[in-house]
Design a binder for this molecule. Sequence first.
Ligand code: ADP
Length: 192
Amino acid sequence: MLNIVLFGPPGAGKGTQSGLIIEKYGLIHLSTGDILRSEIANGTQLGLEAKRLMDEGLLVPDAVVVGMIATKIEANPGAKGFIFDGFPRTIAQAQALDEMLQEKGTGIACMVSLVVPEDELRKRLLLRGQETGRSDDNEETITRRIKEYLDKTTPVAGYYESKGKLHSIKGVGSVNEIFDGICEVLNAQGGA
Ligand code: ADP
């Protein structure tokens, strides 16, 4: 299997690049943000509780997202591999993911980290808010999300770095230029 973590702050372009990666490499895309938004759209209890936190720009509890990911992994037994987008976002989530994959006799091949300066992130997220009406893409919530990212999520890059699995890529430029950088990393993992 080829399992990769696509990492980066809110607005780094993880969703956009995931679409290109799944098409080229035949991987299954697991975005905890997307799964949570579909829970909200379906009006589930979990969605209701998550929405409150998401609209405040705070992380939802580890147990919730870990459970969601476990369910998705179980639901795709024949997968060539997974691309994890927006997960893991804490060290506890990273450890839980390693355990889940280890039980399946596999693991994370690498983390691809998209590096984008904060002023560019804010610009992109505000524009997305105007274009899509996404409720957490407003000035106040963006500030909270970036703070959560810096406080709780950046250590996750160190977790993979210590295992020699971190690959940082410049996340500014054209979508295709950035994708080429990602492909170089994935091809070196035997993804081609
Ligand atoms: P972005 O990366 O632009 O913030 P996401 O769609 O990945 O967008 O996440 C939106 C929100 O969903 C986050 O602000 C957080 O509240 C929640 N969320 C998504 N993934 C996780 C996760 N792995 N752990 C905790 N909360 C999460």
